[in-house]
Design a protein around this ligand. Structure first.
Ligand SMILES: Nc1ncnc2c1ncn2[C@@H]1O[C@H](COP(=O)(O)OP(=O)(O)O)[C@@H](O)[C@H]1O
Ligand SMILES: [Mg+2]
Length: 567
C-alpha cells in the first residue's frame, strides 16, 4: 500500500494561545512495501507526522493517501494501520497470547443481510421525506391558486401582481412534478431492494442445514450408537455427519459476527512465529526481556494484517545490544511480510541501517528524501551533513574571496563554482518573547532602557519576564554577494595524511578502535577548531608519537551560511 503525504501541516495552539507548527507543509511518498525512516532531532515533528498518518491527530492542512484512498478524515480504526510505540504499551495482566489476540477480538463481520436491510431503511426514509415534501407543496399550490383567484376577482386587476403569482405557482408545480418523479423512482428502488433481500434470505437458507437434515442426522446417530449396531450404520452416520458439519460450518462462517477461535489461534501462532516469540505465548509481559516485549507489540500490530505499519522510536527503550538485534528483526519481519512501514527515529545510524529511504526533517520541515547512502554522501545542506554520521562531520569556517575558497587565509580550493554569486534568503531562527520580536535578553534590555514601559505592563507580562512564553520565529534576509563566509565540512574518514597537506593538525590523543585509529586534535594554533580524523590502523606508524601532522581532505563539502550546499 503506497502512502502519500501532501502538504501535511499541523499547528498546535498552546494554553496561552501560542502556536507551534510541529509539521510544516510536508510532502513525501512511501512506496508500496518499502520501509521509510523518518529521521530528525527530538521535537522536530516526527511523532506528530506519524500520528496524523495513524489518524490520532487531525491535520491542520494537507492530505494523506493510502493508495487511491484519501484517508485524511477516516477514523484510525478504519485505516488499517498497526502502531508500535517506544514503551511497548502491552497489557501487563494479559498473557502474550491475549495481548496479540486483543485487536482480533474487535474484528466484526457484518451480517450478510445487513447491507440489504440498511438499504431498505434508507430508501424508506427518503420516501417518507419526499411524501412530506409533496404534502407541503400541495398546500402551497392550493394557497397560490386561492391567491390568484382572489386577485382575479378584484374589480381593478393588478396584472403585474397576478402574473408574478402565476409564475410562482408554475415553479411550485414544476417542483411538485420533479419530487413526484423522484418518489416513483424511490418506490421502484424499494421494491428492488426487497427483492434483493428476499434473494439473500433464500441464498442463506440454501446453505443452512434444514430441520429434516438435523432430524435425520439425530436418527442416524441413535441407530449407530445402539448396542451391537452394525458397522455399516456407524459408517453411514460418520459419512452423514461429515457432510452435515461441512454445510453447517459454511453457514456459520457466512453469518459469523467475529473471528472464530480457530481463526484467531491460527493468526496468533502465525504472527508469534513471525516475530519469534511463539514459545512465550503463555507468559506475562513482565516475564519477558524488553526486546521480546517489543516483539510482542509488533506481533499485536501485525495481527490484523495492517495496510501500513507505523513504528514510533520502537528501539529507544532497549539496551544497546538488544537494540541492534531487534533492529535486524524488524527489518527481517518487514521484508517477510512486505508491509509498507514508516519507522520514526532520532538515531541516524538506526535510520541508515534499516531504511530503504530516509526522510530527514528539522523544525517540522523535510530537508532531504533519499536512499541512506545518498543522504550521507550527498547531504543537501549543513543540517543534514551534521546530523548524519558518527563521529560527526568536522566543520570549519571558510571564506570565498574573488571566486576562491580560503581557510585561515590559505587557499583551499579554486573550483570555478565559487565564482557564482550567492543570491537568496538567509533564514535565521530566533526565539523571541511571545508577541514581540525580541529575544528574552533583548526584551529585558529594552525594558531597562525604557523604564516607562514597565509601568504600562500588565501583570501577565510582568509574570512573563520571569517565565516568558518563548516563540520560535523565522527571520528571512535577502542577500546577494560574491565574497562571503562559508562553512566547510570534512567527514572524519575523508582525510589523508601527507607531508604536503594543507591542514596542520595538533594531536591531542589517539584512540585505537579495531581496524581504525581515531585522532582527536585541533587545527594547529587554533584550540577551538577541534577535529576528529579516522584512518586505517596501517597508517599508525606515521602518526603515533607525533605532535603535529599535516592532512588534506580527500573530499569535502562547502555550505553557504544559510546552510545550502555549494559543492
Ligand atoms: N499535543 C500537543 N500539543 C502541543 N504541542 C505539541 C503536541 N504534541 C507535540 N507538540 C509539539 O510539537 C513539536 C513536535 O513534537 P513531536 O512530533 O512529538 O516531535 P518528535 O517526535 O520529533 O520528537 C514539539 O515542539 C512539541 O512540543
Ligand atoms: Mg516523538
Amino acid at each position: 500500500m503506497e502512502v502519500r503525504i501532501e502538504h501535511l501541516t499541523k499547528t498546535f495552539i498552546g494554553k496561552k494561545g501560542v502556536e507551534t507548527t510541529a509539521v510544516n507543509d510536508m510532502n513525501f511518498v512511501v512506496p508500496d512495501g518499502k520501509l521509510v525512516g523518518l529521521l530528525g532531532p527530538s521535537g522536530c515533528g516526527k511523532s506528530t507526522t506519524l500520528y496524523m498518518i495513524a489518524g490520532l491527530h487531525k491535520p491542520t492542512e494537507g492530505k494523506i493517501w493510502f493508495g487511491d484512498e484519501d484517508v485524511t478524515n477516516v477514523p484510525p480504526e478504519n485505516r488499517g494501520i498497526g502502531l508500535v510505540f517506544q514503551n511497548y504499551a502491552l497489557y501487563p495482566h494479559f498473557s502474550v497470547r491475549q495481548n496479540i489476540s486483543f485487536p482480533l477480538d474487535n474484528v466484526r463481520f457484518p451480517h450478510p443481510l445487513h447491507a440489504f436491510k440498511t438499504r431498505i431503511k434508507e430508501v424508506e426514509k427518503d420516501i417518507k421525506e419526499s411524501s412530506a415534501e409533496l404534502a407541503a407543496l400541495d398546500r402551497k399550490i392550493v394557497k397560490g391558486e386561492e391567491k390568484i383567484a382572489a386577485l382575479t376577482a378584484k374589480p381593478d386587476v393588478d396584472v403585474e401582481k397576478q402574473s408574478e403569482e402565476m409564475k410562482l405557482l408554475d415553479e411550485l408545480k414544476a417542483t411538485h412534478f420533479e419530487v413526484e418523479q423522484r418518489a416513483i423512482e424511490l418506490q421502484e428502488e424499494l421494491e428492488k431492494a426487497h427483492v434483493a433481500l428476499d434473494r439473500a434470505i433464500e441464498a442463506l437458507k440454501a446453505i443452512k442445514p434444514t430441520e429434516e437434515e438435523t432430524a435425520e442426522l439425530a436418527r442416524l446417530k441413535r441407530v449407530a450408537s445402539a448396542k451391537d449396531a452394525p458397522l455399516e450404520d456407524k459408517a453411514a452416520y460418520s459419512e452423514a455427519k461429515k457432510v452435515f458439519d461441512e454445510k453447517n460450518e459454511k453457514y456459520r462462517l457466512t453469518v459469523r459476527r467475529t473471528l472464530s477461535r480457530a481463526d484467531k489461534d491460527e493468526i496468533i501462532h502465525k504472527t508469534a512465529r513471525l516475530v519469534d516469540i511463539e514459545q512465550y505465548l503463555d507468559r506475562k509481559p513482565k516475564e519477558l526481556s524488553g526486546g521480546q516485549q517489543q516483539r510482542v507489540a509488533i506481533a499485536r500490530a501485525l495481527a490484523k494484517s495492517p495496510r501500513v505499519l507505523l513504528l514510533d522510536e520502537p528501539l529507544s527503550n532497549l539496551d544497546a545490544r538488544l537494540r541492534l538485534q531487534t533492529r535486524e528483526e524488524i527489518r527481517r519481519i518487514q521484508k517477510e511480510t512486505g508491509v509498507t512501514t514508516i519507522f520514526v527515529t532520532h538515531d541516524q545510524e538506526e535510520a541508515m541501517s534499516i531504511s530503504d529511504i530516509i526522510v530527514v526533517m528539522n523544525y517540522g520541515v523535510v530537508n532531504q528524501i533519499d536512499a541512506p547512502q545518498k543522504v550521507y554522501d550527498q547531504p543537501i545542506n549543513l543540517f543534514v551533513a551534521k546530523f548524519l554520521g558518527s563521529p560527526a562531520i568536522n566543520i570549519f569556517d571558510g571564506e570565498i574571496r574573488k571566486g576562491k575558497l580560503y581557510v585561515n587565509k590559505v587557499l583551499f580550493d579554486e573550483d570555478p563554482i565559487y565564482k557564482n554569486e550567492f543570491h537568496g534568503f538567509i533564514e535565521r531562527r530566533r526565539e523571541v518573547v511571545a508577541g514581540t520580536n525580541l529575544t528574552h535578553d533583548e526584551y529585558i534590555e529594552d525594558l531597562k532602557k525604557h523604564p516607562e514601559k514597565v509601568e504600562g505592563l500588565s501583570m501577565k507580562k510582568l509574570e512573563a519576564l520571569r517565565n516568558p512564553d518563548i516563540e520560535k520565529i523565522v527571520i528571512k534576509e535577502e542577500v546577494r554577494r560574491t565574497d562571503r563566509p562559508v562553512k566547510i565540512g570534512i567527514r572524519p574518514e575523508a582525510f589523508k595524511i601527507s607531508p604536503e597537506g594543507k591542514i596542520p593538525v595538533e594531536i591531542r590523543f589517539i584512540e585505537h578502535i579495531g581496524r581504525d585509529i581515531s585522532i582527536i586534535g585541533n587545527v594547529a594554533k587554533q584550540k577551538e577548531s577541534k577535529l576528529k580524523i579516522i584512518v586505517p590502523s596501517e597508517h599508525a606508524s606515521g602518526i603515533v608519537g607525533k605532535k603535529v601532522i599535516a592532512c588534506d581532505p580527500k573530499w569535502f563539502f562547502v555550505f553557504e551560511e544559510s546552510g545550502e550546499r555549494i559543492k
